[in-house]
Design a binder for this molecule. Structure first.
Ligand SMILES: Nc1ncnc2c1ncn2[C@@H]1O[C@H](COP(=O)(O)OP(=O)(O)OP(=O)(O)O)[C@@H](O)[C@H]1O
Ligand SMILES: [Mg+2]
Length: 498
């Protein structure tokens, strides 16, 4: 595709932005052309979201110029930029949960729409135009992440947006939902709308972006048509060094049974039973919604499930809540970290140490220094990007917040570590660090249960995988010797025959 010919819709020149202790953007210049999908990649904390928040008026730039659609934008507000035709769909979506779909799309504009009837009718039209069938009267709180995104896109279209920014839109989408999003992206493009697409999934970047910008430490390292980047070059430019392998070598010290789970039955799960061995990384492969998360939540006592049996080290254990799970030596990195893990106003060190420090509460005055020590250790070992450990965790980039949750559990040191999508939103370099940690836990005689929607990740990290389809275990495989498509067939419920 001719990526140079079309007109420039957005020109960013020498934009800088500092926060206390961090230079988030350091003279960034990017041109975005009309009707192009412009991918932006870079490590956690590279400055991607900060730049987008400046464009949309959430943050003010310190210096630099921004020209959008022929006009110089100095200080803008989210409201103004929306009206100017620049829409953003945030990493953490931004709809009003207690209002309906239609109300969200035309929030503050009901009068223009001639009341609620007009609002819903116009909303229907917009949703239909992108093939979204959700009722306009449904409450946003009842929608899936994917449908929420469709509502956000419809909202952007209602403002006749010329540029739509999508900040990691795919992290929580199923394969099918992702195909729909790609279809919509192509459709928007055909209408001459430009898209800035931020993602850590390089497949997506190579699949449908026309141009790619790589950012690192607040700088633009390179911008080129996608076809001129190789995967290796892109990774090298993102992390600033060559990465030899994306996965460490598989650990090979699988020993005796460490945990046995028998007969988990819920509305969704049917007689889920399996064993986990010492030194093993066990992958659970299945579609989103197949029952992977329900299985591990049942074991961890996070959902009220009774009747199944768990033995650890040959001894029966009772786990009815997460505290009992923790006492039995289990750890869980949940899928939805925003809801289940982080305390946003608390500091980085408090967030990392809070689960392990209750062992020391008798020594109140010691807590502060303990917190600090624990926090500092994990910030270092996981390469968490933060000015210091006292900063509120809400100020960290999405991926760095997630590393803090990993650090919290590393500190508790469970012997059985359940990781549900542990690398969601994590950059390629940091992924490798998390893989090494998994391997270390296994090699020290513990074990890991890994759930991941990224098939290469589970297949390369696991010693053994179980496929789950529609709440049932449909197969057990050695991923080193069984081809991926055979495993995938079992995960899709297609049985053994091929
Ligand atoms: N409100 C804020 N206050 C203080 N520091 C901030 C704030 N927002 C961002 N930062 C810092 O600016 C830097 C860039 O963060 P940003 O969120 O832009 O990264 P990112 O590239 O989007 O990363 P990720 O891939 O993890 O989402 C980080 O060091 C972050 O801690
Ligand atoms: Mg971000």
């Amino acid at each position: 595709m001719d990526t140079a010919g079309s007109q420039i819709i957005l020109s960013i020149r020498d934009v800088t932005k500092s926060f206390p202790g961090v230079r988030a953007l350091n003279g960034v210049s990017i041109d975005v052309r009309r009707g192009m999908v412009h991918g932006v990649v870079g490590e956690n904390g590279a400055g991607k979201s900060t730049l987008m928040k400046i464009l949309s008026g959430v943050y003010k730039k310190d210096t630099g110029t921004i020209v959008f659609d022929g006009k110089t934008i100095d200080h803008t507000t989210p409201y103004e930029s929306m009206h100017r035709g620049l829409a953003i769909i945030y990493q953490e979506l931004n709809l009003v949960n207690s209002m309906s779909v239609g109300e969200n799309i035309f929030l503050g504009r009901f009068k223009e729409m001639k009341g609620m009837r007009g609002t819903h009718a116009k909303a229907r039209e917009l949703l239909d135009s992108i093939g979204c069938k959700v009722s306009t009267t449904k409450l946003v709180s009842e929608l899936s992440v994917s449908t929420k995104q469709m509502v956000e896109i419809s909202k952007a279209l209602s403002f006749q947006s010329k540029l739509i920014i999508m900040d990691e839109p795919s992290t929580s989408l199923t394969g099918e939902e992702m195909s729909l999003l790609v279809k919509i992206i192509h459709q928007l493009k055909a209408q001459g709308i430009s898209i800035i697409y931020i993602s850590h999934k390089l497949e997506e970047i190579f699949d449908f972006c026309d141009v790619v910008t790589v950012m690192r430490d607040g700088n633009v390292i390179d911008t080129k048509p996608r076809g001129e980047f190789t995967r290796d070059e892109l990774i090298t430019k993102m992390v600033g060094r060559t990465i030899e392998n994306e996965y460490p070598e598989r650990s090979r010290q699988v020993g005796e049974t460490l945990m046995e789970v028998k007969g988990i039955n819920t509305r969704k799960l049917h007689d889920v039973s399996f064993t986990l061995r010492k030194g093993e990384i066990l992958g659970l492969v299945g579609l989103v919604g197949a029952g992977r998360t329900e299985t591990v939540r049942a074991i961890f006592g996070a959902d009220r499930v009774r009747g199944h049996k768990v033995t650890i080290g040959g001894k029966p254990v009772t786990i009815h809540n997460p505290k009992q799970a923790k006492d039995a030596g289990l750890g869980l990195i949940p899928e939805d970290r925003k809801l289940q893990g982080l305390v946003l106003p608390f500091s980085v060190e408090q967030n990392i140490s809070m689960a392990s420090i209750d062992r020391f509460t008798r020594f109140g005055f010691l807590i502060k220094s303990l917190e600090k020590g624990i926090g500092a250790r994990h910030v270092k070992s996981l390469g968490i990007k933060t000015p210091n450990t006292k900063v509120a965790i809400k100020n960290l980039s999405g991926g760095n917040q997630q590393k803090c949750i990993v650090g919290r559990w590393m500190e508790i040191g469970p012997s059985i570590f359940i990781m549900d999508e542990p690398t969601k939103g994590i950059d390629v370099g940091a992924k490798y660090e998390i893989y090494l940690l998994m391997k270390e836990i296994a090699e020290k005689g513990g074990a890991v249960i890994l759930i991941s929607s990224e098939l290469p990740e589970v297949l390369n990290m696991s010693n053994r995988v179980l496929t789950i389809y529609d709440g049932r275990i449909t197969g057990e495989f050695d991923p080193e010797h069984i081809p991926a498509d055979v495993i995938m067939r079992a995960a899709l419920g297609l049985g053994g025959a091929s």
